[in-house]
Design a protein around this ligand. Structure first.
Ligand code: GUN
Ligand code: FE
Length: 425
């Protein structure tokens, strides 16, 4: 059913500064898209079925622009290293296990179930280098009704033997086979996923660029996360003026190639300008950046330049799959950055992180992340009544409190692209 009305306290972003709230309002869904938000229901819609959520709070579904599904199994463990040592000590060892489909089945069941029950409705997801395990992940996600991009990871250098593709040719051949097999999915779409420049030869990036052009695919990867990583890329790619150029020289950095780059913690001006000009999406992953001592990205600066910015949980460098938690961590880290390091970049506001978690990241999926007319209807209904308090609160106060205090146990219903994912009533 794609024509109906949802009633409740409706909160959504129009811009990063403008949070719209309609108390006891109505969202009209027509053909899976939002036809408008109303204080009183227009007569023409009165005959539509109505999900009445009374005093509950309704927000657009949250978008996780960067998450590693295979790493969910070791979240919360091995956080005492920086990026490159963390990858070699913990991450590659865990990801190698997905050559075993029995292990992948167990692990991806857990990830998929938790993602389904979370407030996330859309995600950009990394798999592993393994074609079959990645297809299994896509299959499981497809069944949830959530919408996501999923990538089979490419890596053909500087990786341990047990998690390194034979050569560029084989990596791209496997990728093309995986692309063909993933055509059967409706909700889950493939995204090219060169892990990051240190693990991809020039030949691999060049061949992937060929696939990108042939099939018009989006790309996701990592950028300027850690200082040691950035120095390494300089050595690996002589002649490039910045890390971003190592992707851009193969046309996988925005423009005609929709691109999400995770982190951008230490991007130099030249890289920032390129991302801005070429409309590269930045996945800001504050918890990951704290855990791996990477730093804090100057996100307010990116927002002020009207760059494309969303939030990522970056499991398992981030420990939590909750985008609500990412919103809170983003605010907290931005305050510390401002206080301790750089007073020229102001802290993020709650309005800004709400925008990033919804409409900001949602734009990568099209008209997603808002209840403005024409947006695909992704919604999450929160029951905050069990988070007790003694005073009278406005809806805006309740929303802000909920971002800090709510978890999946407070979710009453979830809709993606107009479809019910689950609901209590
Ligand atoms: N850079 C390359 N691979 C990874 C990864 O798995 N996680 C993070 N945070 N950064 C990376
Ligand atoms: Fe990552």
């Amino acid at each position: 059913m794609k024509n109906y009305v949802i009633k409740g306290n409706i909160c959504y972003s129009k811009t990063r500064e403008e949070l719209c709230i309609t108390e006891n309002g109505y969202i009209v869904c027509e053909g899976g898209r939002c036809a408008g938000v109303y204080e009183t229901l227009p007569e023409e819609y009165e005959t539509l079925p109505c999900y009445n959520y009374e005093d509950k709070i309704i927000i657009p579904g949250l978008v996780d622009l960067h998450v590693h599904a295979p790493q969910y199994a070791f979240r919360g463990m091995g956080m005492d290293l920086e990026l490159l040592d963390w990858l070699n000590t913990h991450t590659f060892v865990e990801e190698a296990k997905y050559a075993d489909l029995e292990y992948a089945e167990k692990a991806y069941d857990i990830f998929t179930e938790d993602l389904k029950n979370s407030a996330t409705t859309r995600a950009c997801i990394f798999g592993t280098i393994h074609t079959e395990a990645t297809l299994l992940l896509m299959e499981k996600l497809e069944e949830t009704g959530l919408k996501a991009y999923v990538g089979k990871v490419n890596m053909d250098r500087n990786s341990p033997k047990y998690l390194c593709e034979e050569n560029a040719e084989k990596s791209v051949k496997d990728t093309e086979e995986w692309l063909m097999k993933s055509q059967r999915f409706k909700n889950i779409k493939p995204v090219l996923t060169p892990r990051f420049t240190p693990s991809c030869t020039d030949e691999l990036l060049e061949r992937l660029s060929g696939l990108q052009k042939k099939y018009q695919l989006p790309v996701q990867s990592h950028l300027s996360e850690n200082l040691g990583e950035i120095d390494w890329v300089k050595e690996l790619c002589p002649g490039t003026a910045c890390y971003g150029e190592s992707y851009d020289r193969y046309d996988m950095f925005g423009n005609n190639c929709p691109t999400v780059m995770a982190h951008c913690v230490h991007s130099p001006e030249k890289e920032i300008e390129m991302m801005q000009r070429q409309k590269v999406f930045i996945a800001h992953c504050p918890e990951s950046n704290a855990n791996l001592s990477s730093g804090v990205a100057p996100v307010k600066k990116y927002l002020e330049k009207d760059m494309k910015v969303g939030l990522g949980t970056d499991i398992a460098a981030g420990s939590s799959l909750s985008v609500l938690k990412a919103m809170v961590t983003a605010v907290q880290c931005s305050k510390l950055r401002w206080r301790l390091y750089d007073q020229s970049v102001l802290p993020l506001t709650m309005e800004e992180v709400f925008f990033m978690a919804t409409k900001g990241g949602g734009e990568f999926f099209g008209k997603v992340g808002s209840f403005e007319e024409g947006y695909e209807l992704d919604a999450v209904v929160f029951d905050d009544s069990k988070i007790k308090h003694p005073q009278t609160l406005s809806v805006k106060e309740r929303l802000k409190r909920l971002i800090y205090l709510a978890d999946e146990r407070n979710i009453t219903a979830k809709f993606v692209d107009g479809q019910v994912i689950f609901r209590e009533n």
